[in-house]
Ligand binder design. Structure first.
Ligand code: SF4
Ligand code: SF4
Ligand code: SF4
Length: 312
């Protein structure tokens, strides 16, 4: 698989079809990969593909296209949906991005691996689709997938120019909705208590925002001083308002890539919250984020007969 990805990247750079290929490369931090930006055909060798290619690369696509470059990108199902969402919001044009679509068997969080293995102390680390190993200890990859990947509806990219590998079926709607149902069965006061309890642990590092390809405002509402939308401290009301505000901005836009949960140092369970939100959007508006590129997300348009029910 990786040789095919590298060949396409090399060919596109050689032909001048793209100026830069965005993909995954080796990282110096244990259990992670890092986004890399390749401009020379020979450097395509640096691309890698394994279950640690966790983060969503679509935000970098927007940045590079807006800088005037023709972009090629290695995209999993969720990255491709985020690109679709950004196209539907007219952030860039499809002709400026070429997508190497890679069906995804699911990714693993570095946080989970640190809990399972500790910090490697010189032992060799290997990560493939069968197992993750550190020294003599191994865990089957399927057993430690990220929460978002366990309920992924679109592991095969929805948008691509070249597809590398066999298509992989996503889970059914019923399977996807399971973690959301428990949340949505709570009464509104119970849900409010849950949100307050979870969000009060937030340390306002903003890693969730930075990891999300659809958090791209030039000035985030939490950073603005004029107008000042909210306090910047650690009062629990502010913490809840921050997280609810971020999530609210993702209604009908989140593709459930799991990046925010993956980077959150406080383990806030975004997957079940966002899965519930996506379920509500699908049922109310017959819409799944990032699939159609020619219609705006539901909260960016209106119909006279739009449902008026509460989303979260
Ligand atoms: S959410 Fe789906 S496409 Fe994205 S990393 Fe997980 S399994 Fe792959
Ligand atoms: S809110 Fe989280 S899960 Fe949704 S698109 Fe952003 S990073 Fe991905
Ligand atoms: S990543 Fe977690 S701790 Fe950091 S701001 Fe987001 S919710 Fe809060």
């Amino acid at each position: 698989m990786i040789e095919k990805i590298r060949k396409i990247a090399r060919d596109w750079l050689t032909e001048g079809k793209v100026d830069v290929i965005i993909g995954y490369g080796e990282s110096t931090t244990p259990f992670t990969t890092q986004p890399i930006f390749i401009t020379q055909p020979d450097d395509a060798e640096k691309l890698i593909w394994n279950p640690l290619c966790r983060l969503n690369l679509a935000g970098y696509v927007r940045r590079e296209v807006l800088a005037g470059r023709k972009v090629g990108v290695v995209a999993k199902g969720c990255d491709s949906r985020s690109i679709g969402l950004l196209l539907s919001e007219k952030q860039f044009e499809r002709k400026n991005v070429s997508i190497i679509g890679v069906p995804c068997e699911g990714m693993v969080d570095s946080k989970t691996l640190r809990k399972e293995f500790g910090i490697p102390n010189g032992e060799p680390v290997s990560a493939d689709w069968e197992k993750i190993s550190v020294g003599d200890k191994s865990i089957p990859t399927k057993e430690i997938l990220s929460n978002a990947c366990k309920i992924c509806r679109y592991p095969t990219p929805v948008h691509y120019d070249e597809l590398v590998g066999e298509k992989i079926e996503g889970v059914s709607v019923a399977e996807h909705d399971k973690p959301a149902l428990e949340m949505l069965e709570k009464s509104k006061p119970e849900r409010w208590e849950f949100y307050n309890k979870e969000f009060s642990r937030c340390i306002r590092c903003y890693a969730c925002r930075q990891a999300c390809p659809t958090c791209y405002c030039d000035e985030c509402f939490v950073d603005s001083n004029d107008p000042k939308w909210m306090e910047k401290g650690q009062h629990s009301t502010d913490l809840t308002l921050w997280s609810l505000g971020r999530i609210y901005h993702q209604i009908g836009r989140c593709v459930e890539c799991g990046s925010c949960e993956s980077v959150c140092p406080m383990d806030i369970p975004f997957t079940e919250i966002l899965a519930g939100m996506s379920k509500r959007v699908r049922e109310l508006f017959d819409y799944e984020s990032g699939i159609a590129v020619d219609e705006p997300p539901p909260l960016q348009t209106f119909r006279y007969d739009d449902p008026q029910e509460f989303i979260m």
